[in-house]
Design a protein around this ligand. Sequence first.
Ligand SMILES: [Zn+2]
Length: 407
Amino acid sequence: MSTSLQQPAADLQPARAQDFREPRIVGDCGSAADGPTLLVVAGLHGNEPAGVRGLERIFDRLRADGCMPRGRLVGLAGNRAALEIGQRFIDQDLNRVWVAERLADLRGGGERMTTEDREMAELDAIFARVLAEARGLPFLLDVHTTSGPGPAFSVLHDTLLNRRFGRALPIPIVLGLEEELNGTLTDYFTELGAVALSVEAGQHDDPRSVDRAEAALWIAMDVAGLLPEPYAPELESARALLEVEGRGLPEAVEIRYRHDISRTPGFRMMPGFRSFQAVADGQPIATDGTGTVASPQPGLLIMPLYQRLGDDGFFLARPVRPMWLDLSTVLRRLQLERWLTRLPGIRAVPGRPGTYVVNRHIALWGPRRLFHLLGYRRRDHSPSHLVMERRPEPAVHGSEEASGGAR
Ligand SMILES: [Zn+2]
């Protein structure tokens, strides 16, 4: 039934033979011929093993029952070399490298200079095989944890299908992070036309993060349509666990500010902050080489940095009313973008379908917000102009059904 992923071919072995404690393939259960494929990657950051432990629990349970989901579940460990030493990455962040040029270079036999090049080449080869065997829309879940404390939440590229995946989990959705981060794995899979979501399952070493990761996995299997009925009790307790912790949190938030620390050494969050904590305009929340860092606007703190590696000190978000989510679903289905260039200050880019340049001095009302509603992301910007690009929206027959129980 299951294909040969458990025995990686010789060309999947790293160029420099190394043996790591974490196997690449955490599990591979079921068959792509029997239903949808859900690919789960955990530990893409080496100091985030909770997702790998959550995956092991799922596979232990599935194997005990004969390994028979209604489709195929593949679980992979991300950055094995970094997991070995419990560090975010060795040479480069493995969740910022998934861009076309780099992949083309690796596939073309380009020199694999860094530890992460080798990790990426191995993962890429496995992805290619799994995706080639998948029937219908494949699903990707990328499991992470955060250095600071806080509840579980999801991060997605705002296509309608990804959003349905995200809304099926009873945890807040964070929108707009993808405009701040380049080369993430979910970005790459969304561009490939998959349904992709990443979940932040809590603080790195909190044992409850393993529970949250496991819960998210049960629900993701259900959303993808993989879960046979005997697992209803697991699904119910997974929902209950995440619902209790998510009580009182907004359904969705959008990122309004990123605090980039790549050029300012010495950044330190003050102790005691957590994700989704409200902070006031001007409230001191960190220090760096220049002194005190105050919050530049009121908002909800997202992912305050309490570790050495990383370029993002913290993010600030604000709640998105569910009405806006519903409105944007309707607007996208109506394909209103045909009318965009009739608005002042907005023009299409010749030769680049789905791309518009906005003159910020001329455009009338919140152009970025309008484009977000219609499913566009910011690709580039300057004080005077914005470049907005449409996210790929897979047009596959039966795609609504492919999302199964997603709302
Ligand atoms: Zn991570």
